[in-house]
Design a protein around this ligand. Structure first.
Ligand SMILES: O=C(O)CCC(=O)/C=C/C=C(\O)C(=O)O
Length: 287
């Protein structure tokens, strides 16, 4: 394997997908090579992307011999803009099917963060034969929290940031996003702000979508039992966006699931506890 570090630019790819009435250009990062492929699906925050969400998780999987694909969902980063008036989980699942068809990929393991978890579950429901294993962090939509008022404080702050994309609102959102806010650098804030502001069309479309349909991520709790794929559910005890008890609902509903809870961890387990997260994922995929 090459010792050249993987960069966003060197792994950046575009593909045109046609999936039913969905006809758009998607951006993705294609990292490493191997018999098995892991697709990573990012969350719904403004300025999010596959690379922003998973930059601490790519190298260990590639080093272990996996091909890693990061799909930028429609309406994020360098993928085409879209207004979503139905289920965004299903829209992303259709986009992923379109991407896999376009590049000739039959089957993949899916790692989903928050919205990415909702989308991975939607994909598994629609395309069971094309999923290996599922790794779900802070998402999956087995239903609303029984204990925490919804929408949560984090989701309200995301909405405010979409409507008013300022550095102040970004810092307010990020201050409840992770547990240890001292890990958030000026460079990270700046990169996120730049990502957000270069695609104001994405921000405006997200607001329009939420106005047209506030339930972008419907509850599929009643269908979780259809999913046979082994699932590793990973949550932050201190998640203020998608509360921990919604992770318990996933484990209760899925046919074959286990749960790991990190203390001192917010909504970004794969970034906040990257080393242990990566070891757990590798172990789960290998056995
Ligand atoms: O509304 C939901 O249930 C999903 C919220 C969500 O996906 C938030 C994710 C945020 C990020 O991953 C990010 O901003 O990087």
């Amino acid at each position: 394997m090459s010792n050249t570090p993987l960069t966003e630019a060197s792994t950046s790819r575009f593909v045109r997908i046609q999936e039913g009435d969905l006809d758009l250009q998607l951006h993705y990062n294609d990292c490493g090579s191997g018999d098995e492929t892991v697709v990573m699906l990012h969350g719904s925050g403004p300025g999010a992307s596959g690379w922003a969400n998973f930059n601490r998780n790519i190298e260990p999987l590639v080093a272990a011999g996996y091909r890693v694909l990061l799909m930028d969902c429609p309406g994020w980063s360098k993928s085409d803009p879209i207004v979503c008036t139905g289920s965004r989980s299903e829209l992303n699942a259709r986009a992923l099917k379109g991407l896999m068809d376009a590049i000739g990929l039959d089957k993949a393991h899916l790692v989903g963060n928050s919205m990415g978890g909702h989308s991975a579950v939607a994909f598994a429901l629609a395309n069971p034969a094309r999923v290996g294993k599922l790794i779900l962090m802070g998402g999956g939509t087995g239903g609303a929290s029984s204990f925490v008022p919804m929408p949560t404080e984090g989701i309200k702050l995301i909405g405010a940031l979409y409507r008013q994309p300022t550095i102040e609102n970004l810092k307010r959102m990020m201050s409840v996003f992770v547990y240890d806010t001292s890990s958030l650098t000026q460079a990270l804030f700046q990169a996120r702000l730049d990502n957000m502001l270069t695609r104001r069309d994405h921000l405006e479309n997200f607001v329009k979508s939420a106005e047209a349909n506030p339930k972008q991520f419907p509850d599929v709790g009643h269908r979780l039992g259809e999913i046979k794929a082994p699932a590793l559910v990973i949550w932050g005890r201190d998640d203020r966006f998608v509360p921990l008890d919604t992770g318990l609902r996933l484990v209760a509903g899925l046919q074959n699931a286990e749960l790991h809870v990190f203390s001192r961890c917010g909504h970004w387990a794969q970034w906040e506890h990257a080393d242990k997260f990566n070891r757990m994922v590798l172990d789960f995929l290998a056995h």
